[in-house]
Design a protein around this ligand. Structure first.
Ligand code: CTP
Ligand code: CA
Length: 229
């Protein structure tokens, strides 16, 4: 654990962290959402501030207090999150996609509240794919030497799925955790493996999300591009 004066190994760096879960609206009062609380992303933002970084936190539908010292950009949908992340990534040294981004959104948005009608079955909800923001950021690398970190929540074959996902997304690091009803979501704690594209694998024992955040930054720092003059 770190003491009161953490090493400022992110001083002079701009890092972007996405957190929370996107909501994809069906009508003015309903959405498709997920169970992400945003706590892991907020822990990443707090620890990065403590390590001296300039932090942009792109927060999707979180109910958490703004971390002191971070620039917070609030978003709702996956498309809004994409826009905010790509904009902030333009001059970022590292981008960490901790947000749970909806893979699909409703194909149509009803301007008025959807009403039920007596004797009628509900219409199926048609969905379309959302863009893969992590894959896009990884492919783009808007700043040379930018380090890109993804997360993966898996319920089965955690490591094999994680490795495959790391290569598919093209990111440098993938933080894989096993999820289930009682695991991870909304919890203060987490347990994970940090997989790297260079083959390294760091096991992080069950513990506070802050501790996992520190391990992630420990893995990011040596991979950052040399500081520019
Ligand atoms: N992600 C993203 N854009 C999406 C979906 C996911 O940027 N449209 C990011 C998440 O923020 C996370 C990583 O991709 O960092 C992995 O998310 P995950 O849902 O595990 O991956 P998927 O490729 O969507 O695979 P799956 O079919 O298992 O959901
Ligand atoms: Ca997904």
């Amino acid at each position: 654990a770190r003491g009161a004066a953490p090493e400022a190994d992110l001083a002079g760096r701009h890092v972007v962290v996405s957190a929370g879960g996107t909501r994809e609206p069906l009508d003015p009062v309903r959405f498709l959402g997920n169970r992400s609380s945003g706590k892991q992303g907020y822990a990443l933002a707090r620890t990065a501030v403590a390590r001296g970084a300039r932090v942009t936190l792109v927060a999707a539908n979180t109910a958490l207090a703004d971390p002191a010292g971070a620039d917070v950009v609030r978003v709702g949908t996956a498309l809004q999150l994409r826009e905010a992340v790509l904009k902030a990534a333009a001059d970022a040294d590292a981008v960490v996609m901790a947000a749970a981004v909806a893979d699909f959104r409703p194909a149509a948005y009803a301007d008025g509240k959807i009403k039920k009608k007596d004797g009628e079955e509900p219409a199926p909800v048609a969905l379309v794919r959302n863009p893969d923001i992590l894959a896009e950021v990884s492919a783009e690398r808007s700043r040379e030497g930018q380090v890109v970190v993804g997360f993966a929540a898996e319920t089965d074959d955690v490591l094999a799925n994680g490795r495959a996902k790391l290569h598919r997304k093209g990111c440098d690091l993938l933080v894989v955790n096993e999820v289930g009803e009682a695991k991870t979501f909304g919890s203060e704690e987490n347990e994970a493996v940090v997989l790297a594209s260079d083959g390294s694998e760091v096991q992080v024992p069950h513990g506070p999300k802050e501790a996992l955040a520190e391990v992630i930054w420990d893995q990011v720092v040596p991979r950052l591009a040399p500081r520019r003059a």
